[in-house]
Ligand binder design. Sequence first.
Ligand SMILES: C[S@@+](CC[C@H](N)C(=O)[O-])C[C@H]1O[C@@H](n2cnc3c(N)ncnc32)[C@H](O)[C@@H]1O
Length: 382
Amino acid sequence: MNSQQQSGTGGRAALEFHASGIAGTEEALCEELRELGLPSVRFNRGGIPFRGTWRDGWRACLQSRIAQRIHLLLARFPAPTPEMLYDGVRDAAWAAHLTTAQTFSVRAVCLGSEIKHSGFAALKVKDALVDHLRESCGERPDVSDDPDVQFFLYLAGDKAALYLDMSGEPLHKRGYRRDAGEAPLRETLAAAILRMSGWDRKTRLLDPMCGSGTIAIEAALWAANIAPGLGRERFGFERWASFGEESAQELRELKGELRAARAGQTPRIIAADVDAGVLAKAQVNARAAGVKLAFREQSVLDLQPDESAALIVTNPPYGVRIETDQLFPRKVMAAFCRLHGWRVGLLAGSPAYALEMSPRPRLRLPLLNGDLPCEFLLYDVP
Ligand SMILES: C[S@@+](CC[C@H](N)C(=O)[O-])C[C@H]1O[C@@H](n2cnc3c(N)ncnc32)[C@H](O)[C@@H]1O
């Protein structure tokens, strides 16, 4: 597999990919993929499709800060019955990626289809793969919890789409978080709210309740133009049969180009928390990520306007994961109200944060933090 090999369409970008993100971050993800120059990026609520070469797919894995996974589309076919699903999978072009020497797994999602059980659909896909290989090679590949090749079937109505997961471990696992506080944010969600805040990557930025430092670290990586995937040991596609020495060499070259694109000058990024223990963890994580932050042990309630206006992006504690006093949101918002001319972005798990500030937020967006419904609120402090 190399970046010139493009499904036989004479050099045109012919592979189709699909980037998925945390629910509610799709617009930010779409904007990011367009900014990365990936071809034919289209907005879609369930995830963002784009087309391109292998190199484009690898770039998305390495460079997207917001995507949770990147999938490669293998085939679309009608699958109103289990038999047609089986036949469609057998005929799809997956043989270059999975041989009997690899392990594999299948995940399926069924939406409004006759085949209602995702477990049953996944089993049909597995049978088709195994039967085909057994007939052609006399052997079968094993299923594994840590598979070399991960298939994903999306069955909507009677239409099936079969994908390969290029990411392997979800992309929020950057590799730098050595230690976390009580309620760490996914790195991809931190990157999404930074983009939603409208940060220009030049203005001073502060996370006054930084916990393990995720928001501040993601901000520093973005400002320094460091591709978040450069810290990963490997991606799912590196374990496919189609990923040989030539591909490995091309991937090394791509990583080299991305490393060389690191920006020199970055703005001051401050990570603060009232808890010295958690701040020490944030320091370890920042070092592992290779970024420089300023750290402060301070209560958000003591925050005073200093120097010039700055941007705050933060994820305050909330009842479900961390015990706090009922009046805490009110006190925090009173502290923010003193910061005239600043912009404040909050990933809040309690509606109280939306009620305590006037004027109303300029942006209010529902998001999921793990399984906790929360909101991103953006204020311009008058
Ligand atoms: C939800 S956690 C932040 C998690 C963080 N985004 C991460 O990824 O690890 C909230 C943080 O607020 C901190 N905190 C609680 N009360 C505080 C206060 N008065 N001032 C500053 N930080 C406070 C807690 O120590 C905790 O680390």
